[in-house]
Design a protein around this ligand. Structure first.
Ligand SMILES: Cc1cc2nc3c(=O)[nH]c(=O)nc-3n(C[C@H](O)[C@H](O)[C@H](O)COP(=O)(O)OP(=O)(O)OC[C@H]3O[C@@H](n4cnc5c(N)ncnc54)[C@H](O)[C@@H]3O)c2cc1C
Ligand code: SF4
Length: 511
């Protein structure tokens, strides 16, 4: 038997044949190790579709490796954690060298480093090349900043990577940001015909995984009946092509719009493929720029999309690496309530929450505004313990990996880090949801009513939040405007809002 010199660990979200993990692979002495760990899907209560997506994509990737003659140790359905299973394998084979790409989860990174110390391994942990901005570059950017804001980081990235800038470094179209052209609601009659996204019938590998997940994780939340996610690189590339050809044109304008039974809108639905590394952000941006010219798309939609990938995706990842582990513990408002059980079932009378959670349970997907301004907004206004909310987001979305989920949930949606990278809490009353959707039309509550039986719980809790934090909001120019409207509400009505909010907050499970 030939001696195994090095193990090359490929994690379930690092499925790139041409990425950093397999760089310099020595076919004579190296072995790829992939581990399916049952407990990994249990430490947060994980949606069946998320488990199935990871397993199916891993098994397809393993098939690719075998076809290409990579020596592979694939550990199926291990009862151990990833690191425990890896440790057993390393000890079994007497391996001294371990190569991997930095995990997208802080906990796993610590555990692998600890394992290397414990077994005196030579560990080569490579930087993930599925990001434009390295840790070093992000730290350099942060170093001289008083405030960490997406906008300035994004401009730097545009210039540095020569994306939508002219030869002088000025923004294409004369402005960095086309937000005012984007973010409209759908017309009153509804969204009309939206090109469906590319969806993929399960093949035999996926079907086997679906059966396995339905049995092994039968009590887990969510459905597998609608599982059509890309699970291979070819499918992810097809989904990208399809998106830029048919759906990108309306992405920008309707990116914030919501409508009942319209789960995907004009969104790309590429996050899971990007996060599993089936796609590289560089090829996504390249395809978008090509489509801009080829289909004469509006600059506003192209810029709006690129901002998400080159701006937000890079920015939140930088913040995660910078602020962990503190980010996971922050609780600026000291909120302590439990997450209402209907987050796991969608059984609530609030039409907006029912729709956003309902589609989440069906597909493992909701778009950004549903996550931020519906489920996230409610969780903040209802004063839910941030760690419970974060665990829900991490478990329930197919694209959820901690480096991207946590900064979005704790940092953006919940303001749990006190505005470290956002200027104010993202809170809104039912009026915003009414403006951006048709949810309120079918709801038993009324978005404009602030207290009483018909009052929209989100509206009541919104005003209650402003009353409660009034002095703090007024002390900062960034939030002062938010409380200005309180002056138009009489003292008596403010008392009634507070009373009604108290009632709601003590009966969250009944909403
Ligand atoms: C509370 C909360 C939790 C979130 N959790 C996750 C998560 O676990 N995983 C995840 O990938 N995204 C998360 N997001 C960001 C965003 O909602 C999703 O990336 C997006 O909805 C995925 O759908 P899409 O591919 O259709 O995206 P599109 O709207 O089509 O956007 C294109 C791409 O831009 C990137 N992107 C867009 N917004 C963000 C953002 N805020 N942060 C990072 N990347 C972004 C994604 O890669 C996405 O695929 C979260 C947002 C919020 C408010
Ligand atoms: S009335 Fe309130 S709870 Fe009902 S759908 Fe509108 S915003 Fe949501």
């Amino acid at each position: 038997m030939k001696p195994i010199k090095r193990f090359v660990l490929v994690l379930g979200d690092q499925l790139d044949l041409h990425g950093a993990t397999l760089r310099g692979f020595d076919f004579k002495t190296d072995v790829v190790v992939m581990i399916e760990s049952i407990p990994e899907a249990k430490y947060v209560w994980t949606h069946k579709a998320k488990i199935a997506l990871f397993l199916s994509a891993m098994r397809h990737f393993a098939q690719n490796l075998t076809e290409l003659d990579y020596p592979l140790a694939y550990i199926k359905s291990s009862p151990l954690s990833i690191v425990e299973a890896l440790k057993a394998k390393i000890i079994d084979e007497g391996v001294r060298d371990l190569i991997c790409v930095e995990p997208g989860e802080w906990r796993l990174k610590q555990e692998i480093e600890q394992l290397a110390r414990e077994l005196s391994l030579r560990l080569e942990m490579r930087e993930d090349d599925h990001f434009y901005c390295s840790h070093q570059e992000f730290s350099e950017w942060v170093a001289d900043k008083k405030e960490l804001r997406l906008e300035y980081f994004y401009r730097l990235m545009r210039k540095r990577h020569n994306i939508l800038v002219d030869s002088q470094g000025n923004p294409e179209g004369g402005q960095w940001n086309f937000d005012q052209d984007n973010r409209k609601s759908y017309p009153k009659k509804g969204p009309g015909i939206i090109e469906a996204p590319a969806l993929f019938e399960p093949d035999s590998v996926t079907k086997e995984v679906l059966e396995f997940v339905n049995t092994a994780y039968s009590e887990h939340p969510g459905s597998l009946d609608y599982f059509r996610w890309p699970v291979t690189r070819d499918q992810a590339l097809e989904a990208l092509d399809y998106f830029v050809e048919y759906r990108l044109r309306n992405f920008g304008v309707f990116q914030d719009a919501m409508w009942t039974d319209t789960p995907f809108g004009w969104h790309s639905i590429l996050s899971s493929s990007l996060n599993l590394k089936l796609l590289n952000p560089r090829e996504v941006i390249k395809a978008v720029l090509q489509a801009w010219k080829k289909y004469s798309l509006d600059l506003s939609t192209v810029e709006g999309f690129i901002r998400q990938i080159l701006g937000w995706r890079e920015f939140v990842r930088g913040m995660y690496c910078l602020d962990m582990p503190k980010m996971a513990q922050d609780n600026y408002y000291n909120h302590q309530r439990s997450l209402p059980p209907w987050y796991w079932t969608g059984q609530t009378n609030m039409a907006c929450m029912k729709d956003a959670i309902g589609q989440t349970l069906k597909y493992g997907y909701a778009h950004h505004i549903q996550r931020l301004m519906v489920t996230g907004n409610f969780a903040l206004l209802a004063e839910i313990l941030p760690s419970e909310v974060c665990d829900w987001y991490l478990g329930i979305y197919v694209d959820a990996i901690e480096w991207v989920e946590l900064p979005n949930t704790a940092g953006m949606a919940l303001f749990a880090n006190g505005g470290r990278f956002t200027s104010k809490p993202y809170i809104a009353s039912g009026a915003y949801i009414k403006r951006m959707s048709n949810y309120c039309d079918s709801c038993q509550y009324k978005p404009e009513v602030r207290f009483g039986e018909k009052a929209c719980p989100i509206t009541t809790l919104y005003w209650n939040f402003l009353i409660k934090h009034r002095s703090q909001f007024e002390s900062s120019p960034r939030t002062r405007l938010m409380t200005a409207n309180l002056k138009r509400i009489s003292d008596e009505d403010q008392k009634s809002i507070e009373e009604h909010a108290k009632h709601i907050l003590s009966n969250l499970n009944e909403l």
